[in-house]
Design a protein around this ligand. Sequence first.
Ligand SMILES: [Zn+2]
Ligand SMILES: [Zn+2]
Ligand SMILES: [Zn+2]
Length: 156
Amino acid sequence: MKIRCFCISGKAVNCMIYKPCPKCKRLIAQGLTYCQDCQPIADQQYAEYRKLKQKRYNQNRNKKYKSFYNSKSWKTLSRAKLISVNYQCEAHVDNACTGLAVEVHHVKPIQTLDGWNRRLDWDNLEAVCTHCHNMRHPEKSRKHDPDVIDLRTLKK
Ligand SMILES: [Zn+2]
Ligand SMILES: [Zn+2]
Ligand SMILES: [Zn+2]
């Protein structure tokens, strides 16, 4: 069947090789997804959709770590770790650090699969002072990192 197709060439063409653009219904070549006007809009929408998905994923991920750091088992274990070293920093980043250890660092980061499996593994823990802990995490500013232990809660 031949129809007159104004959108593509203005000439009569065999429209079997064309299909309507899903958005604006103009005829487009069979191999395309959208017409050239709708494609950038569709790309943009897809990019936004991906961004939103990534954001949700990160939120869920952060929730997982946050609830771990708030868990009773972590609080008990990290407190025991600090007590076992008498609050002496173990990091020795600057040779012999004499800093007061108030935080417990995961040698294998819990953001990795191995680290997550070893999140309560004594051998994966290191009692650190704030300074050395910051040196352990050069990749990010740790201002709001949840593995910081509030000393006031320790003294209880
Ligand atoms: Zn279109
Ligand atoms: Zn750490
Ligand atoms: Zn230190």
